[in-house]
Design a protein around this ligand. Sequence first.
Ligand code: NAP
Length: 205
Amino acid sequence: MKIAIIGAGNVGSALGGGWRTAGHEVVYALRDRTSDSARSMADEGFQVVPLDTASDADVTVLSLPWAAVEAALKEVGPLSGSILVDTTNPLTPSLDLAIGFDRSAGEQIASLAKGARVVKAFNTTGADNMAAARDFPSRPMMPVAGDDAEAKRVVSRLAEELGFEAIDAGPLAASRLLEPLAMFWIKQANIQKMGRDFAFSVVRR
Ligand SMILES: NC(=O)c1ccc[n+]([C@@H]2O[C@H](COP(=O)([O-])OP(=O)(O)OC[C@H]3O[C@@H](n4cnc5c(N)ncnc54)[C@H](OP(=O)(O)O)[C@@H]3O)[C@@H](O)[C@H]2O)c1
């Protein structure tokens, strides 16, 4: 299979190396074919092609910084019918999500319950798992978000006591992440028919 990768950074180069090893023809479609990254790809034996030829492949892979995506896609031109793999995260320079929810139930509740030390927790898995967290082969995670460190410690301990691995998810505003994560669990359970006996856990190396 011919794979055109737009972007030769961390992601693009990692993917391309792996796919080439697997036997695919990998080309890099880059904005500047004289750049350091273009040269280094060429030195590694990859073909470097103009951006506007990226669609001449079986699969086109987009691995650019979020801020570069719109302009690059204009330059790439029509991709109608192409398989386009999007590896991007819509990140700001300070590594926040550039798009997404701008409020959350956690924050809303904090503004209603003035002065309360609101902690977001126990919302990312099903209630039956909260009753049976110890039944999993490894501890499911329980993200805990809040602005008050002590309140968060207390709630984290409560989560651990149920058999979860408490994960410090940061401030209450991280509810904006945890609430969509809950939606993911719900959809997996209900729409994707995974059932309710699964949970997210963290594995490490
Ligand atoms: N890094 C990760 O571990 C990781 C994991 C998952 C997803 N992602 C996401 O994947 C995307 C790529 O991440 P990365 O870490 O590979 O980025 P990166 O290392 O910064 O590589 C960026 C690539 O994009 C090119 N580029 C930058 N600005 C451009 C522009 N205006 N027009 C065209 N090309 C441009 C760069 O070309 P030059 O070399 O010429 O500057 C470089 O080839 C991001 O959206 C990121 O959020 C990253």
